[in-house]
Design a protein around this ligand. Structure first.
Ligand code: AMP
Ligand code: MN
Ligand code: MN
Ligand code: MN
Length: 291
């Protein structure tokens, strides 16, 4: 059984339309998929309709990747199997749609001060119907020749601690976990190693996540080193959390491919045990469990 519980469509900063993302996941042999767009669930309906129409053997979980802050650190929390029609999910998505627009204006103002005007309008044009994010600013800066690559845009202007790293509108870790729980979903701390924290501070983050009601950690993200996997498995054990896995796929050729994820240590309790039994026999039906 091939599982991928973290990837992006063009509803946020991925390059593929939701249906094409599903088609690619099938080609990659994925059986259970969660599309976890940044702060939006706009891709789910199209993906799910396409799968149903194809009768494709892929179980799709309604999911999201929420932005938040914990002690001035930008953190991402994935919500798996959320009820996207619940008041909590609707409230959260509406909040973020507005917050991301306002944040884009703030980023634009900061870049203008650095001599790069028109970035908000430019990034919105790049984003089109997609949820606006820093990658759209990176592409705008590249198009205008302010940087030679999107990587450079993040290194100089958009990455952690740079001018475009605007967090003021993000909710707290506790708030997004509460939203996910209220929407009947399973909160998963996304890519803990990506935050580049010391082991001690990462432990404090995981403890705060657990205390807030968090259920699982992303133990394996794409193809990572065995030491990293062991460390994540240890954090799961210490904090009694389940384990999730994902590629964080954004576009072909960038980072990991869909479903191309290293093995999960046997000691870990997979978060997908909640859904995988049903996946074999009832690929497209949502199964509500109690948690
Ligand atoms: P946002 O959701 O607007 O805060 O933007 C964060 C997104 O930017 C991440 O999900 C990545 O897709 C992308 N990103 C973050 N850091 C980098 C980087 N150094 N180079 C390229 N893309 C990045
Ligand atoms: Mn992204
Ligand atoms: Mn993320
Ligand atoms: Mn992601």
């Amino acid at each position: 059984m091939r599982i991928d519980l973290h990837c992006h469509s063009n509803a946020s900063d991925g390059s593929l339309e939701p249906a094409l993302l599903c088609e690619r996941a099938l080609a990659c042999g994925v059986d259970l998929l969660a599309i976890t767009d940044h702060d939006t669930v706009a891709g789910f309906a199209a993906a799910s309709a396409w799968l149903q129409q194809q009768g494709a053997p892929l179980r799709l979980l309604p999911a999201v990747e929420f932005s938040c802050v914990w002690q001035k650190l930008s953190v991402h929390v994935v919500g798996l199997d959320i009820d996207i029609d619940s008041p909590a999910a609707r409230d959260a998505v509406a909040y973020f749609l507005d917050a991301r627009r306002r944040r884009a204006e703030l980023i634009g103002a900061r870049l203008a001060k650095l001599g790069m005007p028109g970035a908000c309008e430019g990034a919105l044009a790049v984003a089109g119907a997609s949820q606006i994010g820093r990658p759209h600013f990176a592409r705008f800066l590249l198009q205008r020749g302010y940087v030679r690559s999107e990587d450079e845009a993040f290194e100089r202007y958009l990455g952690a601690g740079k001018a475009g790293d605007v967090q003021v509108l993000w909710p707290t870790l506790e708030e997004v976990v509460a939203w996910i729980l209220a929407a009947g979903g399973v909160p998963v701390l996304a890519h803990p190693l990506k935050y580049r924290q010391t082991a001690a501070r990462l432990r404090r983050l995981v403890a705060a996540f657990k205390a807030a009601g968090g259920a699982a950690l992303e133990v394996v993200v794409g193809r990572q080193g065995a030491d990293d996997t062991r460390f994540m498995a240890q954090l799961c054990r210490q904090h009694e959390l389940q384990a999730s896995v994902g590629s964080d796929f954004h576009r072909p050729g960038l980072w990991a491919e869909l479903g191309d994820i290293g093995p999960l240590p046997a000691e870990c309790e997979p978060v997908w045990s909640r859904w995988s039994d049903a996946a074999a026999t009832r690929p497209l039906q949502r199964v509500k469990t109690d948690y």
